[in-house]
Design a binder for this molecule. Structure first.
Ligand SMILES: NC(=O)c1ccc[n+]([C@@H]2O[C@H](COP(=O)([O-])OP(=O)(O)OC[C@H]3O[C@@H](n4cnc5c(N)ncnc54)[C@H](OP(=O)(O)O)[C@@H]3O)[C@@H](O)[C@H]2O)c1
Length: 403
C-alpha cells in the first residue's frame, strides 16, 4: 500500500453505497453489482464504497468492470464510518481503488511482483491441518507437499464421496474412456442408461479415485491423512463434521482454504444464483469454518485466491469479488491473530485443477505461462512456512495484468 496526501473536495460520478450495508456477504456484493449495472446507464465514473468494518471484495468487481466496460471508470474504496467524502480526493489523484483508514489517511494498493521461492525452508512443527478442497485439484498437490514438510495430521475436505471403483472396470483416469467403458458395461448387462447418468457415474468414480490417490500420497509423504466429506458452504455440515473431527484429531492449528468453483459470465449477464454458487465455498466456507474452529489455536492460515481478484478478469466479477473478500479476511485475521502466519495466494493460472485443456490453450494463446503443479505446490509450502511473516498477500505467476 502507498500513502496518499490529505484529501479535500469532491468528484463527479455515481457513488454506490450498497457495499456499506450490513447485509449478508452474497446479498451485499450482488446488490453492488446490480447497482453498478444501473449506474452505468448514466455515469462514466462509478465509485463503489465498502465498509472497513466488514470482509468485502468490491475491488474484485471494480477491477473486472474496468476490463469489461472500457468506457466506464469503476473504482472501489474502503471507508470507515463517515469516510465517503474523502474518496473523491483519492479518485481525482488518479488512484483506482483504495482504503481510507479511521485516521483519515488514504492508502492505495500496489501490484505485487511475482514470487520466487525462498531458498531455505525452516522446520515447522507438526499440526492438525484442515485443507478444504485438498483432496482434489491443485490444492491436493499442495497438501502432499505440506505433508512432506510438516507431517502431522492432514484433514482433507470436499463435497465428493469416496466412491469405490467397481471390480469389473479397468482403472483409468480419463473421463471419455471411462464413459465408454460404462456404456459398454450397461449394454452387456441389458441396462438402459442416459448420457447424463453415465457422465455422473463416471465423474463420481473419478472423484473417488482422486481422493484415494491423494490420501495415499499424503500418507506416503509422512502425515496422517483423513477425508472429511463436507460442503464448505453448508453451515450445519461444517459444524457437525468439524466438531467431530476436532474431537478425534485435536484442535485445528493450520487451515488452508482451497475450495472453489467458477461460473464465468460477463457482469451484464451474471445471475444472482451464479454469484451465490461462486460465493458459497469461498465466502460461505470461510464464515462457516471460522464459526466452528478456534481461530486463536491457528498458527498457519492460507487462502487460495486468484490473480482475478488482484487484476480483475473478464467474466469473473463474482469470482474476483469472492477472492478479494478472502484477501480482506486474510488481512483482518493477520491483524487480530498475532500467533498465526496468514498468507493469501493470488494464484495465476496453474497447469491443472480448474484449468482444463480448453482454458490452458486460451492462456497459451494470450502468452500467459501456466504455473506447473510441482512448482506451485513448492511455492505454496515455502511461502506458507518460510515466507516473510509480514507479507500477507502474494501474486504468484505471470498474470494477465494488462489484458
Ligand atoms: N487452478 C488454477 O489455475 C487456479 C488459479 C487461481 C486460483 N485457484 C484457486 O485454487 C483453488 C483450487 O482450484 P483448482 O484449480 O484445484 O479447482 P478444482 O480442480 O475445480 O478443485 C476445486 C476443489 O474445491 C473443492 N470444492 C469445491 N466446492 C466445494 C465445497 N462447496 N465444499 C468443499 N469443497 C469444495 C473440490 O472438491 P469437490 O468437488 O469434491 O467438492 C476440489 O477439491 C480454488 O480456490 C481456486 O479458486 C486455482
Amino acid at each position: 500500500m502507498q500513502r496518499v496526501e490529505q484529501p479535500s473536495g469532491s468528484a463527479d460520478g455515481a457513488i454506490l453505497t450498497e457495499g456499506t450495508t450490513s447485509h449478508p456477504h452474497e446479498q451485499r456484493h450482488w446488490g453492488a453489482l446490480q447497482a453498478a449495472r444501473a449506474a452505468r446507464r448514466n455515469s462514466e465514473v462509478i465509485i463503489l464504497l465498502q465498509s472497513a468494518d466488514l470482509y468485502s471484495g468490491l475491488e474484485g468487481l471494480s477491477r473486472t468492470l474496468r476490463k469489461e466496460w472500457p468506457d466506464t471508470q469503476a473504482f472501489a474504496w474502503t471507508i470507515p464510518a463517515g469516510g465517503a467524502a474523502q474518496v473523491a480526493h483519492g479518485v481525482r489523484q488518479g488512484h483506482a481503488d483504495g482504503v481510507i483508514e479511521a485516521s483519515g489517511e488514504l492508502l492505495t494498493p500496489e501490484t505485487g511482483a511475482p514470487v520466487t521461492p525462498p531458498s531455505c525452508l525452516p522446520v515447522a512443527k507438526p499440526s492438525v491441518w484442515l485443507i478444504t478442497g485438498g483432496a482434489r485439484g491443485v490444492t491436493a498437490a499442495c497438501a502432499i507437499e505440506l505433508a512432506r514438510a510438516t507431517g502431522g495430521s492432514i484433514l482433507l475436505a470436499g463435497r465428493s464421496d469416496e466412491t469405490p471403483w467397481p471390480d469389473d472396470l479397468p482403472l483409468t483416469n480419463d473421463l471419455k474412456t471411462l464413459r465408454g467403458l460404462l456404456v459398454e458395461r450397461s449394454r452387456q448387462a441389458g441396462q438402459r442408461v442416459t448420457p447424463a447418468g453415465i457422465d455422473r457415474t463416471a465423474r463420481n468414480l473419478l472423484a473417488g479415485a482422486e481422493i484415494r490417490e491423494t490420501l495415499q500420497a499424503v500418507r506416503a509423504a509422512g502425515a496422517m491423512a483423513a477425508y472429511l466429506p463436507l460442503d464448505a458452504g453448508d453451515s450445519d455440515a461444517v459444524a457437525d463434521v468439524l466438531s467431530g473431527a476436532q474431537q478425534r484429531f485435536g484442535a485445528i492449528t493450520g487451515w488452508v482454504h482451497g475450495a472453489g468453483v467458477l461460473a464465468d459470465r460477463l457482469a451484464t449477464e451474471k445471475t444472482e444464483s451464479e454469484l451465490r454458487r461462486v460465493f458459497s465455498p469461498k465466502v460461505g466456507g470461510l464464515m462457516n469454518i471460522l464459526a466452528v474452529i478456534d481461530p486463536l489455536q491457528l498458527r498457519h492460515i492460507a487462502f487460495f485466491s486468484s490473480a482475478a481478484a488482484f487484476f480483475g478478469n473478464k467474466g469473473q466479477a463474482d469470482y474476483a469479488m469472492a477472492n478479494a473478500l478472502l484477501a480482506s479476511a486474510g488481512r483482518s485475521l493477520d491483524r487480530s491473530l498475532h500467533a498465526a502466519r496468514v498468507k493469501v495466494f493470488h494464484w495465476g493460472p496453474w497447469a491443472g485443477g480448474m484449468v482444463d485443456s480448453t482454458l490452458a490453450s486460451h492462456f497459451e494463446a494470450q502468452g500467459v505461462p501456466l504455473i506447473s503443479v510441482d512448482e506451485g505446490a513448492r511455492i505454496f509450502v515455502n511461502e506458507l512456512l518460510g515466507g516473510a511473516p509480514d507479507q500477507v498477500e502474494l501474486v504468484v505467476g505471470e498474470a494477465w495484468a494488462t489484458s
